[in-house]
Design a protein around this ligand. Structure first.
Ligand code: NI
Ligand code: MN
Length: 233
């Protein structure tokens, strides 16, 4: 995997910290302090310029409000989710919707489809949070990363491949609430990434899929098995 100046850290589950070639810090799916897979030293967020939110479930935006209070980053998400985060104190939301792109600092962000639900648990209510999405992030060094969010496999992943051709795909493999390794292997056929980073597995006993199973089902694909807290660059 050639990151060409990008620093990539998995914080466990679907949460990643990405440091861009220009030194901006992006957190994808801000579930940090409450994330049981996140190593202790990483639970204190030191710096963040951009939050990218795939959908409103607690295991993805669980610490968004707290991080916004501490750092006031730009917050990217689908329109309804951004409006909800504004009500909770986000000052710099940058809403978008599927098919659209926007550039923030040195990254170009495209919101793509995901097939999943997106209710936000707010107190004892479930609030409409728009739809779940994924992102293709294009860096100034040309590297493109696809973060699938929570999703099953869907045929239009072939469109993501045709239009954006991301070389790195972060795919959920845990099963039960997202793709299983079997579906993720099929997703690899559609996306044809150079490298797959498995995520959204092992956090809870219910998330049973493993990178080894995915490798068995997709022997040709390069799987980068990350360890929470370890930075690739
Ligand atoms: Ni979810
Ligand atoms: Mn999830």
């Amino acid at each position: 995997m050639n990151l060409n100046g990008i620093k990539l850290t998995w914080l466990g589950h679907a949460t990643f910290r990405v440091e861009t070639p220009a030194g901006k810090t992006v957190i994808i799916d801000p579930w940090v302090m409450g994330n049981p897979m996140c190593p202790e030293p990483e639970k204190k967020v030191k710096k963040v310029d951009v939050l990218l939110c795939t959908h409103g479930h607690g295991d993805h935006i669980g610490d968004a409000v707290e991080i916004v209070k501490q750092h006031n980053p730009a917050v990217v998400g689908i329109y309804e989710l951004c409006m909800w985060l504004e009500k909770k104190g986000a000052k710099k939301t940058s809403p978008m919707n599927k098919g659209g792109s926007q550039t923030i600092g040195d990254i170009k962000i495209t919101m793509v489809h995901a097939d999943h639900s997106c209710g936000i648990l707010d107190g004892d209510q479930i609030v409409y949070g728009g739809e779940a999405c994924g992102y293709v992030i294009e860096f100034s060094n040309g590297v493109k990363i696809y973060h699938a969010g929570d999703t099953n496999v869907f045929g239009d992943m072939a469109i993501i491949r045709d239009l954006y051709a991301p070389e790195i795909a972060m795919l959920p493999i845990g099963d039960r609430f997202t793709m299983s390794p079997r579906e993720a292997a099929y997703a690899c056929n559609l996306l044809k990434p150079k490298t797959v980073i498995p995520m959204h597995f092992g956090t809870f006993p219910l998330l049973t899929g493993t990178p080894a199973e995915l490798q068995k089902l997709a022997p040709a694909i390069a799987i980068a098995e990350m360890k929470p807290g370890v930075t690739l660059s």
